[in-house]
Write a protein that binds this ligand. Structure first.
Ligand code: PLP
Length: 396
């Protein structure tokens, strides 16, 4: 059996999305900016797709949703435009990001730091949730931007973006949220709280890879990263990725429907998986369920190297993860486990299972069985587990 439980890294393209995209490869392949009928064939489908994307995040027509190539581009764009628009001219000198942002924000922040920008890395608490008090205490009149993700890719922890948006508003600071792991998991409504920029990416919600977006509130348009043609109102030049945009539109529509219809089932399956694995002794989950996206569980099995566990799972046909996809070739501990200050031996033991609306009960039953056997096998050959003082285990 092959079981895909790495949906926070990427998702399968929904067959309905693929069908919607198909005509735009070999039939309707005109460049939308040309003047002939091949171009015109793309206009209506693009308009419909953009309407679906706006509707999916409840963006008013007056605001902009700028199509990009991925969330990494959107995140980089926000950070770098802040440098051009607020820092370089001396108006501001400081930004704040949580210490568990995706590398596309952390690396961008570090780059800005190398240019002299002051960066505050906001800590997270023992539940893996960003410390809002620390933010409130450290925001200054010179702060240009706060960038805090909506839902964490490792733990699924949902961050209090409404409260953070309010603090930013009080201080006249721009607020960006990376909503990559939020779309399709719970309702995203950019009008329901204060947010200036919001990032998302189609391949995280059963759309194609290579297409993402940045929502921009009216009047907060960032300096472009890509200069060139007039696409996206000149804010992001480059020939439009027509199949990608059509695919993202369809994926957004399905993701929105799925919040009420399929996500409750996904949550039930995730809880069943988690409850079953927590029956094993010395097994921990950091973020409480009610503060998490419905599809994610990050579980630590004391005495079991996460990488070794992945190896066993993969041999049995199960795909899971130990950290963000980009980092899983390095034998590093999970960044969130490190950030909450987990002991070194526990930080290495976290395994993330992320489900989707395509996950079945049969697949979860199989995963429970394989994982339990793997934990038993790996603990039986782990010298550190064998010699661990009983006080560190929950063994009687
Ligand atoms: N932000 C978060 C929270 C993510 O989980 C990811 C992907 O893992 C990204 C950004 C980057 O997305 P993309 O692959 O579209 O660049």
């Amino acid at each position: 059996m092959r079981v895909y439980l790495d949906n926070n890294a990427t998702t399968m393209v929904d067959p309905q999305v693929k069908t919607a995209m198909d005509p735009f490869f070999c039939e309707k392949y005109g460049n939308p900016n040309s003047l002939h009928d091949f171009a015109r064939d793309t206009h209506e489908p693009l308009k419909t797709a953009m309407e679906k994307i706006y509707a999916g995040i409840h963006a008013p027509k007056s605001d902009s949703v700028i199509i990009t190539s991925c969330a990494t581009e959107s995140n980089n764009w926000v950070l770098k435009s802040i440098y051009f628009d607020y820092i370089m001219n001396g108006r501001k000198d400081h930004i704040m990001v949580s210490e568990v942002e995706h590398p596309s924000v952390i690396a961008g922040a570090k780059f800005l730091e190398s240019l002299g920008v002051k960066v505050t890395y906001l800590p997270i608490n023992s539940e893996g949730i960003v410390d809002v008090k620390y933010l409130r205490d450290n925001i200054t009149p010179k702060t240009a931007l706060v960038s805090v993700m909506w839902a964490n890719n490792e733990t699924g922890a949902i961050f209090p973006v409404e409260e953070i948006g309010e603090i930013c508003k009080e201080h006249g600071v721009l607020f960006h949220t990376d909503a990559v792991q939020a779309i399709g998991k719970f309702r995203v409504d950019v009008q329901s709280f204060n947010v200036d920029y919001l990032t998302f990416s189609a391949h995280k919600f059963h759309g194609p890879k290579g297409v993402g977006a940045l929502y921009v509130k009216k009047g907060k348009e960032p300096t472009p990263l890509f200069h060139g043609g007039s696409q996206m109102g000149g804010l992001r030049s480059g020939t439009l990725n027509v199949p990608g945009i059509v695919g993202m539109g369809k994926a957004m529509e399905l993701a929105d429907d799925c919040i009420d219809f399929e996500m409750p089932d996904v949550r039930e399956l995730r809880d069943y998986l988690e409850d079953s694995l927590l029956e094993l002794k010395d097994t921990f989950v950091v973020t409480p369920r009610e503060k998490r996206t419905p599809n994610t569980t990050l579980i630590s099995f004391r005495g079991v190297e996460g990488e070794a566990m992945l190896w066993d799972l993969n041999r049995a046909g199960i795909a899971a993860s130990t950290g963000s996809a980009c980092a899983s070739e390095d034998l590093e501990s999970n960044p969130v486990m490190e950030a909450i200050g987990a002991a070194e031996d526990l930080a290495h033991t976290a395994v993330r299972f992320s489900l989707s609306r395509f996950t079945t009960k049969e697949e979860i039953d199989y995963t429970i069985d394989v994982t339990k056997k793997a934990v038993e096998r790996l603990r039986s050959i782990s010298s550190s587990y064998a010699y661990m003082p009983k006080s560190q285990t929950n063994e009687a």
